[in-house]
Design a binder for this molecule. Structure first.
Ligand code: DX5
Ligand code: ZN
Length: 220
């Protein structure tokens, strides 16, 4: 399974968002990570369905939507209509995680479940066989540009073992503080999808994307 780069547009220049998204796709980023924040579940507000809708068709990327919002079940249909392919919700934000996952599937999307740094990975066990992706937050959700939390590596390894024991093929995604300098650590721990905001959109986008793609080749 090849490794996947998912640039987070949270760090993009919104004056030229379409152009920057296209550049990431043309140089090898298969996913586009879309960080939705409501100012309630996390202490910041980002963007929502209108922006997601507006970037449909810019590139052929998989729309990897990360909902950092309270009770996301309320917006599943609207994000499907706006173009989400993967819809990831936070375990900590859902009254009923199973019903939320079922609704994501009923709307024809792949389901992701994310946990914050302080949430033990074992809390994913009740739904370990129900989602297509699990997102390990390697920073406290809410802002780009934070430092990677090294304790995330043990959580990634533990999640990889949990999936392997059950012959499950769900993807493992990591989000927060990932750079070319530390990405091998998370890849070695078992990550399939790497979210990177600052490391892609700050500085030379082409070089940044190609740098990750080069490293990913070591894992083919
Ligand atoms: C946190 C956000 C960030 C963002 C990536 O809520 O989800 O993790 O995607 O940020 P960088 O790559 O700039 O650390
Ligand atoms: Zn994210």
């Amino acid at each position: 399974m090849n490794k996947i780069l998912a640039p987070s547009i949270l760090s993009a220049d919104f004056k030229v968002l379409g152009e920057q998204i296209r550049t990431t796709y043309e140089h090898g980023a298969e996913f586009l990570h879309f960080d939705v924040m409501d100012g309630l579940f996390v202490p910041s507000i980002s963007f929502g369905m209108p922006v997601l809708k507006s970037i449909q068709g810019v590139a052929e990327q998989v729309m990897d939507v990360h909902l950092m919002i309270t009770e996301p079940i309320r917006y599943i249909e609207e994000f499907q209509k706006a173009g989400a392919d993967f819809l990831t919700v936070h375990l900590e934000a859902c009254e009923d995680i199973k019903a939320t996952i079922d609704k994501i599937h009923a709307c024809g999307m792949k389901a992701g479940v994310s946990i914050k740094p302080n949430t033990p990975v074992e809390q994913l066990l009740p739904i370990i066989d129900q989602a297509e992706m699990f997102l390990i937050m390697s920073v406290e959700p809410g802002f780009g540009g934070q430092a990677f939390l090294p304790e995330s590596l043990d959580k990634i390894r533990a999640l990889k073992a949990m999936l392997k024991e059950r012959n499950l093929t769900a993807l493992i995604e990591v989000d927060g503080g990932i750079y070319q300098s530390n990405v091998r650590e998370v890849l070695d721990a078992g990550v399939d999808v790497v979210v990177a905001g600052s490391a892609v959109f700050k500085g030379e986008i082409v070089n940044n994307v190609e740098g990750f793609v080069e490293i990913f080749k070591e894992y083919e």
